[in-house]
Design a binder for this molecule. Structure first.
Ligand SMILES: *[C@@H]1O[C@H](CO)[C@@H](O)[C@H](O)[C@H]1NC(C)=O
Ligand SMILES: *[C@@H]1O[C@H](CO)[C@@H](O)[C@H](O)[C@H]1NC(C)=O
Ligand SMILES: *[C@@H]1O[C@H](CO)[C@@H](O)[C@H](O)[C@H]1NC(C)=O
Ligand SMILES: *[C@@H]1O[C@H](CO)[C@@H](O)[C@H](O)[C@H]1NC(C)=O
Ligand SMILES: *[C@@H]1O[C@H](CO)[C@@H](O)[C@H](O)[C@H]1NC(C)=O
Ligand SMILES: *[C@@H]1O[C@H](CO)[C@@H](O)[C@H](O)[C@H]1NC(C)=O
Length: 561
């Protein structure tokens, strides 16, 4: 039955109720899991890698090293791997046979039962994919994103895309504002491009490589480092963290010993794509291209019907923009902290520890920019690396930032400053005046996803320990987000890799007393172009979500100064 969904009338009858949407979503997930041949291959390939054991005791034993798991964590990992399984995607035969956004289109389906659209209704869009020769695609696995927006109203919301595995997709939206709403559907990657991205991860997990400087007296050397270090005859230094178990290795320098490592840096990127494969990653042609509508691309939305005031529809969105401000759908209402005094009143007496990559460093930079009394003390830390500390002495506000441990793609991080988030959390006392903010995702894209799962599992163990000893500590997690894609950015950090990380992140912290800032939806729903480092206005909205978690009560907003 799923395979007929492309036909308009049947979609209309097949998707009449919200519950059915959830059913379809879950059925699709199950189908994905069952059909997930590629993912199985991927696992088999990483096993092959694991079996590359050398008899030379000085040799690195594996290509990618995965820390050992408890039975429980291993079971969780299997569940997570199943839940992020992508449908089987076709191999690249020729560009002509790949998904072509210019030939593909979407259609807004008529409202079931006819009549006008109202706020609270669910809008469904059918997407049909064609290749460059104009032939219908017959398999799924294209990476499509969708949003509904009207930026003259400052309004936008992310859509949910359902893959029917036959070249047809549905995008589902909740209508959340009156007047006009326009649908936008974008092909991020063709299914054939996904095949290439998966192959890269299984065959070249070291395409981003790292290096360390070693120094002792007048002697200095540098070598290549990674969690996936190819076996050679060179001996290897093992920098696996004893507390967290996070693996890290460098080739041993020729003269110096392993204890003389002084820095960690991103080394570089090795690109190894065929010319044909590269064509799959052409911005505006094969990658990140909006689809055309067949028929109108917008609908006119009437006010909510009285009798349906209670049937508040949710398809799982965390929020939406209206008048440029992010509003939560369920969960803590988002308050507007528009002035520096509103922000410092909220943060007075609080300590905020930010840990993660540059997307969380942006929050540190935002807070020090908008709070004139929050003075940054930089005792010679590199601009990119940190660690940073900022203090508002009068209001007793302390904000710190520290980058996460390897694999971090920053340059010249002193090894004395390399810390794993889990270890840092173990050094936090916690309490009702302590806020922990975590944002760790974008530096893991090139590795087998197991590396990321295990990192998050070790961070989660530390979060659980923290919440046991200090249950009133607020822990906030920033999710992944979409970014601008060039060829290089794609091979090292494609949105498709980020999507996998994002799903893993949500799964690992599900059920824990932590709050999410949904950077994925906040970027997707906004009209501004996707960016690894979202623009200031989006950061401002994220900080409003953070501050609403810290100061949820309306009366916190009474300005004292
Ligand atoms: C946004 O809504 C206004 C008011 O209904 C309408 O005039 C405009 O065309 C809409 N713009 C888009 C992009 O839908
Ligand atoms: C797994 O490895 C085999 C043999 O090296 C290769 O043919 C196949 O394409 C690989 N699978 C993936 C998903 O990369
Ligand atoms: C690296 O060190 C860790 C911690 O001491 C140890 O558990 C692991 O087996 C070592 N790995 C290799 C490949 O020697
Ligand atoms: C580059 O790609 C080719 C073909 O996919 C493969 O055979 C080769 O091993 C790759 N080289 C590296 C260094 O990964
Ligand atoms: C809406 O929900 C409220 C509280 O749940 C209830 O009191 C009210 O009767 C409901 N209204 C309608 C029209 O169903
Ligand atoms: C905060 O700023 C936004 C956008 O500038 C504005 O729409 C809103 O009314 C302001 N809210 C408050 C509480 O000042």
């Amino acid at each position: 039955m799923m395979f007929k969904v492309c036909k308009r009338r049947e979609v209309g009858t097949f998707l009449p109720k919200y519950g059915v949407i959830f059913l379809i979503l879950s059925v699709s997930v199950i189908i994905f899991a069952l059909k997930n041949v590629d993912f199985q291959e991927f696992k088999v390939n990483s096993t092959v890698i694991l079996q590359k054991v050398s008899s030379d005791p000085f040799l690195h034993h594996r290509f990618c090293t995965f820390q050992p798991l408890t039975t429980e964590d291993a079971q969780e990992q299997d569940l997570i791997l199943d839940s992020i399984a992508w449908p089987e995607t076709p191999a690249l035969v020729s560009l002509e046979r790949t998904s072509d956004p210019a030939h593909s289109y979407f259609t807004i389906l008529p409202k079931k039962g006819g009549g006008q659209w109202h706020v609270g209704d669910q809008l469904e869009v059918m997407i049909k994919m064609y290749d460059f020769q104009g032939e219908r695609k017959k398999s799924g696995g294209d990476f499509l994103i969708a949003r509904l927006h009207n930026w003259s109203l400052g309004a936008g919301v992310a859509g949910h895309v359902v893959d029917h595995l036959n070249g047809c997709y549905s995008a589902v939206f909740t209508l959340l504002w009156e007047r006009s709403a326009e649908v936008q559907v974008t092909l991020v990657h063709s299914s054939e491009a996904i095949t290439v991205l998966q192959k890269l991860t299984s065959e070249q997990p070291d395409r981003i490589y790292f290096k360390s400087d070693f120094r002792s007296d007048a002697v200095s050397e540098h070598t290549t480092c990674n969690v996936c270090l190819r076996p050679t005859l060179q001996p290897v230094c093992n920098y696996t963290d004893l507390q967290t178990g996070d693996p890290w290795f460098c080739y041993k320098p020729e003269k110096l010993n392993c204890n003389t490592r002084i820095t960690h840096s991103k080394g570089g990127f090795k690109q190894n794509l065929t010319a044909g494969e590269q064509k799959l990653f052409q911005g505006g042609v094969t990658m990140k291209v909006p689809l055309w509508p067949s028929g109108p691309s917008s609908v006119t939305v009437m006010p909510k019907r009285k009798e349906e005031k209670n049937s508040s529809v949710k398809i799982g969105n965390s929020g939406y923009y209206y008048q440029g401000a992010w509003r939560a759908l369920g969960g803590t209402p988002v308050l507007q902290f528009n002035t520096s005094s509103a922000i410092s009143n909220c943060l007075a007496g609080k300590t905020v520890h930010l840990y993660g990559d540059s997307t969380i460093r942006q929050w540190f930079e935002h807070l020090t920019a908008v709070l004139p009394d929050l003075k940054e003390y930089n005792l010679g830390s590199l601009k990119q690396v940190g660690p940073f500390m900022a203090l508002d002495y009068a209001n007793r506000i302390l904000v710190t930032y520290r980058c996460h441990g390897p694999p971090i793609r920053f340059a010249n991080v002193p090894t004395s400053k390399l810390r794993y988030i889990a270890n840092e959390l173990d050094r936090v006392t916690g309490g009702s005046n302590t806020i922990i903010v975590l944002g760790i995702w974008s530096h893991f894209s090139t590795f087998p996803i197991e590396v990321y799962i295990r990192r998050l599992q070790s961070i989660r163990r530390a979060v659980v320990r923290l919440l046991h000893r200090a249950p009133s500590t607020l822990v906030v997690i920033r999710t992944a987000n979409l970014k601008a894609l060039t060829l290089y950015e794609t091979l090292t950090n494609s949105d498709w890799y980020s999507l996998q990380c994002d799903k893993v992140l949500r799964a690992v912290f599900k059920g824990l007393n932590v709050r999410l800032v949904d950077a994925w939806e906040m970027g997707l729903a906004h009209q501004l172009p996707h960016s690894l480092h979202p623009q200031p206005i989006i950061i401002k909205n994220m900080i409003n979500v953070l501050l609403s978690y810290i100061c949820p009560e309306k009366d916190e907003l009474v300005f004292l100064s």
